[in-house]
Design a protein around this ligand. Structure first.
Ligand code: HEM
Length: 228
């Protein structure tokens, strides 16, 4: 289908697909983070008034997750997210293979003096994030949303983040995500060409703040729960 639509045909089309699916995923990450920060809100915030009821942290997190899974417009957005993530991965593989082929066919001298190590290793960072997402979805999404074997998501998340190997794996995945976002954010805006060139410097700073901010906020969730 994607091939029929010509989504991967030219290098410009491939870059645009990469940029749009990447930015959509980044938007999901902001919403996902906001919900998961409930897990580490200070005790002084509870009990809290929540949609007319007084809820503690436990109830509030479960109510939020229940709403996400059972409110049908959000389910549609979730399917768009899965499709976007799949397109992002397929596109990344095609771009990597095309670049390798081009390098094999002609002599290409690459100047690495102005690029960062993480911008040159987006594929490796993406692979680490991909492995992380598969394990992450197996731990929560599969058990809660698909199989229905777990009903108390708050309890499941807290139990999971008490395991040392899980916390180490999350920190690795989240650090890789931070670097991927720092470069991906600026690169996506450059590919789409939405802003004048003079704005690129500002966008670069926004990208750095966004990547570091997401990594720090996501990264502290498993750590706080582990040491609590
Ligand atoms: C460390 C903090 C995180 C916590 C506590 C957390 C928690 C959860 C939970 C409980 C679910 C299942 C319920 C649901 O579908 O919403 C979930 C789903 C998901 N998470 Fe996370 N997550 C974290 C970080 C991440 C990161 C860093 C990524 C991406 C790199 C990510 C990607 C996803 C995806 C794609 C889903 C499926 C979404 C859906 O079906 O709507 N999560 N997460």
């Amino acid at each position: 289908m994607a091939f029929k639509l010509g989504l991967f045909k030219t290098s410009v089309a491939r870059k645009n697909v990469m940029a749009i699916t990447g930015l959509f995923t980044a938007f999901f990450l902001i919403i996902h983070l906001a919900g998961n920060l409930i897990l580490i809100l200070p005790d002084s915030m509870f009990p809290i008034e929540f949609w007319g009821n007084v809820a503690n942290q436990h109830d509030m997190y479960n109510a939020y997750s229940h709403f996400l899974v059972h409110f049908w417009p959000i389910s549609i957005v979730a399917y768009i997210l899965y499709a976007g993530l799949a397109l992002h991965v397929v596109d990344a593989i095609i771009i990597t293979l095309t670049n390798h082929k081009a390098k094999g066919e002609k002599y290409v001298k690459t100047d690495n003096s102005t690029s960062t190590w993480y911008s040159r290793n987006m594929g490796i960072l993406g692979t680490i994030i991909g492995i992380f997402i598969v394990i992450h979805m197996g731990q929560f999404w599969l058990k809660y949303k698909v199989l229905g074997t777990e009903h108390d998501l708050y309890d499941l998340v807290v139990r999971t983040f008490k395991l040392t190997w899980v916390v180490v794996l999350y920190e690795i995945g989240i650090i890789a995500l931070g670097f991927h976002l720092v470069h991906g954010f600026t690169s996506a805006h450059r590919s789409l060409g939405m802003y004048p060139k003079s704005w690129m410097k500002i966008l670069k700073y926004i990208g750095v703040c966004f990547g570091i901010g997401m990594a720090v906020l996501y990264g502290i969730i498993p750590l706080i729960i582990y040491f609590q």
